[in-house]
Design a protein around this ligand. Sequence first.
Ligand code: PEP
Length: 252
Amino acid sequence: MQKLIFGNWKMNLSAADAVKLAKKTSAFALDASRIKVGVFPSFPALERVAFALKGSAIILGGQDCFWASSGAFTGEISPSQLKESGCTHVLIGHSERRQNFNETDEMVNRKMRAALAAGLTPIMCVGETDNDRRNGQWSNVIAGQTAKGLAGVEVSGGQEIVIAYEPVWAIGTGRACAPEDARKAHALIMNTVIELFAPSVAKNNFRIIYGGSVDAGNIGSYLFQEGIDGALVGGASQRGDAFAAVVAAAQK
Ligand code: PEP
């Protein structure tokens, strides 16, 4: 199955720079049978990046969405507005949103259901903090975030749900998670999914990817692990040469 390599550009890059990076990304040599690449620019760049990616195989996603489809929610973006801007995917519950904007599991769940109802593929981020790991709570935190985020979610047909295991302490720190620990976390997430959905749905409709200080040097050690279907890449996706190196290494 294709590995997913998704670049989270966060609140970085001017729209013009995002377009330049998108053009570089669309020129990557991709073996479509092995890899699917996506980029997640900030909102004001979406339409221009969508235009730059036209005709390429690169996926476009938003970094967040609100759960209502329209209304008096100043500053928010609906799933249908993301689609209108050319997105097929959306990140939900990134730890930077959970930590800086107090996003709760219940909010993540509402966003998940809204994104799916609009036909977007959500990438739901889960992961423990340093403290959680020190206190032996990592598995409870990950299983809890996964189960609460997916509560009441219905999966139909070929709808895909991606879960990104992103230990908070590994994001942007250069302290990447040991691949064996990531494998264990992915297995736990898959077991949690299996408790909520039919095994065939868990197997066919869910993908689980790792995120946290991924670069060209370590991507191979994650993709090699059973149950790791790709990577969500922050810092190393925000420069053409570094992202190209990650994608090249992912195809080795
Ligand atoms: C992220 O923002 O989701 C992320 C994993 O960032 P980084 O690769 O920089 O750790």
